[in-house]
Design a binder for this molecule. Structure first.
Ligand code: COA
Length: 331
């Protein structure tokens, strides 16, 4: 059984936040942000107006329209996010409810942070290849902005992230497959290199006053350590996937990496010996949208004609956990 990508779409909130806006809120500069990350602007929700599931539904509707099927045709939802609307339940069920016409299908939430979409694609493809499910909606959605420390104390992370969502509709096929293979990894010993400690199950009520006072409810990162691992693991897993599948790097029309940092993307290109036109970047417009970055980049790369139907592409990601992986797609 093969797996086809029949729909794709993305959505970002209207509110554009420039680096100059960041300069008003913290001790930073346009120059520092662009030089260290490549980011010029990102999109933030207006607090309280949209939830992560709303972004997900807007992206999903575009993907369904492209696929020319309706929500009632879906057999499963897989939603990747680290920023669900609520702690309980996840956003999978909220998407099922908000996508009018959806029947009582299973709805998964997965939690692989920046690697969520790459992990989700392997999961969706495996479910479809098993023959049990036909049409699967895979969504990566994220609202990072409301959970960041937007001040000088949190500036290392605050300038990096943006909000958005991207979705694929996948279906079965008796002929060839778009999803050829995937390689996934994790290395949990480094979970504290990029994490958010509170709310945590280790304290009564999951958070104490002092945790809020000391800002332990904000994400924290060892930036250089993450940078080093991301820029090593992503090219490594691309080569592992190529070796596994017997495809040559020259046959890949486009590498679509998770948009973490332009310097990381450039290092992947250097390490693989690729010219910059073979690896896609749109981080300057959106920042790091975590689980949404790959489907957003996929849609824009396609729009820019970086690849076309019939081409091989690779999506590759690295994120908190650590988790990383890559998918080989013959689109
Ligand atoms: N504006 C201005 N200065 C900032 C800043 C900001 N937004 N954030 C940090 N700085 C300062 C630091 O305080 C430090 O100052 P100091 O030298 O006086 O102590 C200086 O800039 C250098 O900080 P450093 O952390 O060493 O910078 P860096 O070159 O490693 O760049 C990151 C920082 C975060 C851009 C970089 O480490 C990175 O991109 N890491 C990976 C992040 C990532 O991709 N995470 C998600 C993975 S999925």
């Amino acid at each position: 059984m093969g797996v086809k990508i029949i729909g794709y779409g993305f959505y970002v909130p209207n509110n554009v936040i420039t680096n100059h806006d960041m300069e008003k809120w913290m001790d930073t500069s346009e120059e520092w942000i662009v030089e260290r990350t490549g980011i010029k602007e990102r999109h933030f929700v207006t607090v309280g107006e949209e939830g992560t599931s709303d972004l997900a539904v807007k992206a999903a509707k575009k993907a369904l329209e492209k696929a020319n099927i309706s929500a009632s045709d879906l057999d499963m939802i897989i939603a990747a996010t680290l920023s669900p609307d609520y702690e309980i339940p996840g956003i999978g069920v909220l998407i099922q409810s908000k996508l009018e016409g959806c029947s009582l299908i299973p709805a998964y939430d997965i939690r692989q942070q920046c690697s969520g979409f790459v992990y989700g694609l392997e999961l969706a493809a495996t479910f479809i290849k098993s023959g049990k499910y036909k049409n699967v909606l895979l969504v990566g959605a994220e609202i990072q902005s409301v959970g960041l420390n937007i001040s000088t104390n949190g500036r290392d992370l605050a300038v990096l992230f943006g909000d958005g969502a991207g979705a694929f509709v996948l279906t079965n096929s008796q002929d060839d497959s778009d999803i050829i293979d995937s390689v996934l990894h994790s290395e949990g010993q480094y979970y504290k290199a990029l994490w958010k400690e509170y709310p945590s199950i280790y304290v009564r009520d999951r958070i104490r006053q002092e945790d809020i006072v000391f800002g332990r409810h904000y994400p924290a990162m060892n930036g250089r350590f993450v940078f080093k691992h991301a820029s090593t693991r992503m090219p490594e897993v691309v080569m592992e996937l190529l070796n596994k599948t017997g495809i040559d790097l020259e046959d890949i029309a486009q590498i679509i990496p998770h948009q973490a940092n332009l310097r990381i993307t450039n290092m992947i290109a250097n390490r693989l010996g690729l010219s910059s036109d073979k690896i896609f970047s749109n981080i300057e417009k959106y920042g790091n949208t975590t689980a949404a970055s790959i489907p957003i980049a996929f849609c824009e790369a396609l729009e820019e004609k970086r690849f076309k139907r019939g081409d091989y592409i690779i999506t590759v990601s690295f994120g908190s956990g650590f988790t990383w992986g890559a998918n080989l797609i013959k689109f």
